[in-house]
Structure formats: C-alpha cells, structure tokens
Design a protein around this ligand. Sequence first.
Ligand code: PMP
Length: 396
Amino acid sequence: MSSKMLDAFLKENLEDLKDKGLYNVIDPLESPNGPVIKINGRELINLSSNNYLGLATNERLKKAAAEAISKYGVGAGAVRTINGTLDIHIKLEEKLAEFKHTEAAIAYQSGFNCNMAAISAVMDKNDAILSDELNHASIIDGCRLSKAKIIRVKHADMEDLRTRAREAKESGLYNKIMVITDGVFSMDGDIAKLPEIVEIAEEFDLITYVDDAHGSGVLGDGAGTVKHFGLSDKIDFQIGTLSKAIGVVGGYVAGKKELIDWLKVRSRPFLFSTALTPADVVASTKAIELLMESTELNEKLWENANYLKAGLEKLGFDIGNSETPITPCIIGDEVKTQEFSKKLNEEGVYAKSIVFPTVSKGTGRVRNMPSAAHTKEMLDNALAIYEKVGKEMGII
Ligand code: PMP
C-alpha cells in the first residue's frame, strides 16, 4: 500500500501541471533521431534534435561503437577510480584536451552530471558564483549543490556583471568568486560575450567557467565558443557535452592539468558513479577525430542553419537574437505557441514549443534545430509548412 501523503501530493501536483498545460507529453520515436523521424507511424521533418552534425547515426561511429562492444563488452564495470577506467577512457580524455586546446580533460557520464560534479568540487560555502540568469538547469543545480552564494546576473548584461563582481570582491565575504555562463544559450541561440567576461574576470580575479554544450561542434570551426573568440588560455573550465553535436552521450571538463587532477580526486560522479560505457567512449572519440579532420559537417550545419533562418525571416517570423543554428520562432502567447507547434506536427514538422516557465512569460516560441543532415528539400518542405500554418493562424 502506498503512502496517502504521497498519493495526495502526486494527484494534486500532476493535475495542477496538466491544468496549466505544463505536463510534458513524450512522443517515443520509432526511428533513429535523424533529420526525419517516425512517430505514431508518421514521418516528420525533425527540427528538435541536438544532433547538430548528424553524428548520432554516422556509420563510422556506429562501426567504432560495435567494435568497442565486441572488444570491451557493454559496461565499464566500476567507477573510474576503482577499476572502471579503460584505456579508451584515457584516449578519449586526451582527444578532448587536444580538441579544446587545453592541457587535460576529464569525462563524465553526461553534461548534466558534469556540471553537478565540477562546480561543487571547487566551490563551497565560503565562495560566490556570478551566474547568468539564463544559465542551464544543470548549472543552477551544480551551483546549489556547492552551497556557494549564488549571485544572479542579468542575461548578457556586462554592466550588471561588473557591478556584481565588484560588490562581491569588495565585500570581502568570499574566498573565491566564479563567473559561470553557457557558451551558447539554448533557448535563444545567442552567444555569451566571452571577451568582456574575461576582461571582467581578469579585473576581479574571477574563476571562469563556460558550459559550451551548444557551442561545441558548432562554433569555432567545431572547437567551440572559447576557440571562436580565441580565448582557450583564458577560460579555467571549458565544459562540453558528448550528447549534442558529438552525437553520443556524456560530458567533460577541459582545462589545466592541476584542475583535472583535482576533479579526479574530488568530483563525486567520477568517484561514485560507473564510468561511461565502451561504446559511448569510442564513438565519442571517433566523432572528435572526425571534427578535427574536417570542417565539412560544420560548414554544412551553418549552410542549413542560415538557409532555414533566412527562409523563416523572409516569411515574416520573428527569430529573435539567434547567432547560432538554434532558431526560435517567437510567437509570444503560450497557448498560441503550443497550438502552432501542434499544427506544424499535423502538417509534418516536428518542432517543439517552449513556453513559460522555461522561457519568460509572453515569449513562447517554437524552437528549431537544423542540422548538417537535413537536405535542402527537407528544409524547403519545412518552410512551406511554416508558411501554411503561419498564415492559417494569422502569425504571418
Ligand atoms: N549544459 C547545457 C548548457 C545544456 O544545454 C545541456 C543539455 N540540455 C546540458 C548541460 C546537459 O547535457 P547532457 O544532455 O549531456 O546531460
């Protein structure tokens, strides 16, 4: 028999979410997560995946993963510090450091996990963290876990950052102060102002932490936002995920050797959660090798992104301040946004609506994630559907 208190809690809260239209409906895919997906027997043009370069279904990665399973099996068998570190984990970390132009790197089981691990390994209750208000949930949770004082900074507002950095420094209350930001913001596709952030960090001796989940594989010829700005030697923590452009799963920190050594002895998911599987590790290593060998996929991604963005703007949609392939179509009203996404789906485009509280009230949007794997024909079809639904609903 289950607890009455739990039953009451679940009933009330689930109903509340459903009433507010905030209960996530999950559509299982009956196909790989490629440029076209199959849901409920219907084929849809997929504009919702983070598989920016199409690597999730890349034949060379699949072959590498299959060989890794054949040689090492399906699981690593232990946490990294007991005996879950395989030689291929070390090879992946060496590749990541090379890719990010840093001395060393450490891999984690996910990007989320990585933020939980890395922030709390270095920051504690005697410290402060200056965090952009639009930072990802995993950064927010990582900051909370550290027990450091969290100082929210207005999004991309360098004056606010400078003021708060000065206040924190002059208060004398904190041993260490960190500035933490997404490299690319996932809801709007804008890029963090890293040159200014670095300047402020130098002025106030801040630790710099950039989560480049959406910039790696995308900006800086694929190497990420930090490389895009030529700041590889100025950022202490370069965080990335293996789950988006890299096409697999996992996360990592790249930085100075001493920092990585410290994370290996102090970050809890590294010490207490089983290591990435052989298939993930080898497929990720192969993906990074492909990115370092050639910028072809990266160029294709940008070509497609620019094509889709220009097409949507020409039709009269508001795509906000996006500077990257993440392309929001800002509709505004929450209910209308959800209706728009639903109609796109009925016509053959899978593009998810994102509404309050994930984004601020009145800025509901349908978010589009074009990839290198889309063909022009797919994008043209998607644009034709956008035009039809947009006109029907009086949005354009
Ligand atoms: N950081 C940012 C900025 C992200 O956008 C995401 C993914 N939504 C993550 C971390 C989490 O990465 P992962 O999916 O690998 O856990």
